[in-house]
Design a protein around this ligand. Structure first.
Ligand SMILES: [Zn+2]
Length: 428
């Protein structure tokens, strides 16, 4: 039994179906918001910590955080995540655009709307095809970066009311895209009702989101953070779509973000034939226990076991006199560092390609963030890759660490040491 249940039995209404939710999925303790940075001027100031606990609704199987912060706390005007800093993610976006232009025969008469369009990393690839685009992005800093590139972007949160306003102003869309946004939306029913409003009668909506199946199977507890209100199985997304008057007609499994799904949807009863992949994947989820409460109940202990393994590795490295540097300061890295209690006692510093994060400190753990060149200067024995979903890209960029015998470490699903670029490994 989890200790937090010793004093209270938490229950709240499921953010999708309204059923009473009591089943704990993961308890990652108290953590600060993971997309904040601590500037040197604020180093000796206090920080706000929030409980980080995920629960599962045993009616619709939506894994979700209890509401304890609002999205305006998170997606502030200076939200520091610029999608364009990840070359592999930008390439992924370009391939998607080429595929959708072909598949939906998009032309100069078409409108594509992207929800959480960030700095225009994806919409930019529609312009060579002459397709009109509209980005919707609540964070001013990244939205303005898109506008500077000439990508039409509305700075607002998306939901049914916003959709009605946008629809009046710009018309309805042939394609609505949302990559890694569904999880970020507190009122997910209202968000999908907005999608329904924005979609032409024969329009398509696609969403990409990390697949809960992989979160559980590959022990990706660090993808749980306050910015992610929901953790999605296809089963749950199917239920969300139905409630909004939409239906899924296809699904693809992708390798991005540790294993994601790309779903294709339309208005309920729309023209596209429902592909067998949809029911096959729903069945796969059932067979792997995604409708079994025990699988969810066991995950909290799985995360704690992972914490012990990561700490054992780092403590052992320190005892052997090894120097450990981090690579990256992503949201998931901050969950991992704070949940495991890793500070400069176990990790000397980390680096990040995003200039906004450089020369600041990670929230909570207060590890200094340098530009990537700092690794070359300091020659650490281990480079601990916090955004493990980008490990191949990061290993290639830092291949020079082999010159002094440096090795990489990935923490998930278990700590693993790599001495060649993502091809061979020596487990620990
Ligand atoms: Zn529910």
């Amino acid at each position: 039994m989890n200790s937090i249940n010793a004093f209270r039995v938490p229950s709240f209404a499921c953010r999708h179906c309204g059923a009473v939710v009591t089943q704990l999925f993961a308890d990652l303790g108290m953590t600060p918001l993971c997309q904040t940075q601590i500037s040197p001027q604020h180093f000796d100031k206090p920080e706000r910590y929030f409980p980080l606990q995920a629960y599962v609704c045993t009616q619709c199987w939506l894994v979700q955080l209890r509401d304890c912060i609002s999205s305006t706390d998170v997606f502030t005007d200076d939200y520091p995540y610029f999608s364009s800093y990840s070359p592999s993610w930008v390439q992924h976006a370009k391939s998607y655009v080429d595929q959708m232009v072909r598949q939906l025969s998009l032309s100069a008469a078409s409108l594509v709307v992207e929800l959480a369009s960030n700095d225009g990393y994806l919409l930019q690839y529609f312009s060579p095809h002459g397709v009109s685009v509209l980005g919707v992005e609540p964070s001013r800093s990244v939205a303005e970066a898109a506008q500077r590139k000439g990508i039409r972007t509305e700075i607002c949160f998306f939901g049914q009311n916003t959709a009605r306003h946008l629809r009046e102003r710009y018309g309805i869309a042939d394609l609505v895209v949302g990559n890694n946004v569904l999880a970020h939306v507190p009122d997910i029913n209202d968000f999908l009702a907005g999608v329904k409003e924005m979609l032409k009668p024969n329009g398509t909506v696609t969403f990409e989101f990390p697949h809960l199946l992989n979160l559980i199977r590959l022990n990706q507890f660090d993808t749980i953070y306050h910015e992610h209100f929901s953790y999605l199985s296809l089963h749950a997304v199917n239920s969300l779509f139905r409630t909004a008057g939409l239906e899924l007609y296809d699904v693809q499994e992708l390798s991005t973000h540790g294993g994601s799904l790309r779903v294709f949807g339309q208005h309920a009863g729309g023209v596209c034939r429902i592909r067998p992949a949809v029911n096959e994947l729903i069945e796969k989820e059932r067979v792997t226990g995604m409708l079994d409460i025990a699988v969810y109940a066991n995950f909290a202990e799985q995360a704690r076991a992972s914490k012990r393994d990561i700490l054992s590795f780092l403590i052992d490295a320190r005892r052997r006199g090894k120097r450990v540097a981090g690579y990256g300061a992503p949201g998931k890295g901050n969950t991992l560092l704070n949940f495991c209690g890793i500070g400069v006692d176990l990790m000397d510093f980390t680096v990040d390609a995003n200039p906004v994060k450089q020369h600041t400190f990670t929230p909570g753990s207060r590890i200094p963030i340098f530009p990537p060149e700092h690794i070359r200067a300091m020659k650490p024995d281990y480079v601990f890759i916090l955004p493990w979903n980008l490990k191949e890209e990061i290993m290639l960029q830092t291949a020079y660490i082999r010159d002094w015998g440096g090795q990489w470490v990935t923490p998930i699903p278990r700590p693993q040491v790599w001495d060649k670029v993502a091809s061979s490994s020596q487990g620990r």
